[in-house]
Design a protein around this ligand. Sequence first.
Ligand code: IPE
Ligand code: IPE
Ligand code: MG
Ligand code: MG
Ligand code: MG
Length: 338
Amino acid sequence: MSEASATGTTEEILRGYTVAFEAGCEAFLLRYPESELYAPVRYLMGLGGKRLRPALVMAACEACGGNREQALPAALAVELFHNFTLMHDDIMDDAPLRRGHETVHERWDANLAILSGDALHVMACEALLGAPAHTLPALMRTFHRTALEVCEGQEQDMAFESRDEVALAEYMEMIRLKTSVLLAASLHMGGTSAGADATTLDALYEFGLHVGLAFQLQDDYLDAFGDPERFGKQVGGDILADKKTFLLIRALEEARDAELDALRAELGQRSEGKVARVLDLYRSLGVDAELRDAMAGQVALAEGALHRLSLANPGHSRAAHAKSLLYGLASMVTERLS
Ligand code: IPE
Ligand code: IPE
Ligand code: MG
Ligand code: MG
Ligand code: MG
């Protein structure tokens, strides 16, 4: 997407927001004791990650004429909530690695990962209470609605593992719920923090939904084809778990005869060489290229929503920076390696 006007690459602008977020986050975590319950919280939050969602909260707030400081409570809420979902997701997905390090349930155990995850969710709600009182009811409405939707999406993701057939439309709805709504809500909550009008909030949300769909498509792509050194998670984990990703769904639809038999024989077992054999089938069926086309389609839809957004105050340098991040976001998300 073009129309970037501020200086610096999208990554550099993102970095400016993450530095501001990190300082606020460190101060927030000091409110909680150094006890066992919070050790996994500090561990997972300390492993960093891209901090994309809090940056989006702060950028949307500044793009709408506010400043990043007033958006900090909402930014903390979405990032703490995101980390809660990761802690529980890694138990559900039996994942060994997160952000290049052991997952919480591997380092401690599943019970502590469940409890510390629960604590993270409550901490997210407590962080949100720091928002200016006049914005709080609207922020809480978006935040809690989104939290429930993420749970709905995660339930579908798990249920699809053991289903023989899942339609592409069902997959798109599942990833809208488990992933996209949180990116969309981040932008919406940033706009709400700045007092943006309903039309602006709607466009921000729609933009976030399409960026979020592209984001999860790239996550599925990297889980299959990513570089283990860069990805930070176990490459091939989705294949081992028979996750109904875009790649598997389209491969099951496209494969015929011997290829279909070979693919079906891989499901429901975890034998040596499963990941490599499934990857070969994906490549020969061309579903990797198809995923990239689907992602480009979501980027185009995101671009449409962004052009409908009339963001005020283009002369203001913070607002110009924020707008640049939004314009560069879709490319950054689809070109990312981790
Ligand atoms: C991982 O999110 C979970 C998904 C929705 C795919 P991120 O890729 O944003 O994870 P971090 O926070 O950067 O580690
Ligand atoms: C995660 O989907 C969505 C949520 C955590 C809500 P994934 O299971 O694909 O995320 P990763 O790949 O483990 O980060
Ligand atoms: Mg999962
Ligand atoms: Mg997972
Ligand atoms: Mg994934």
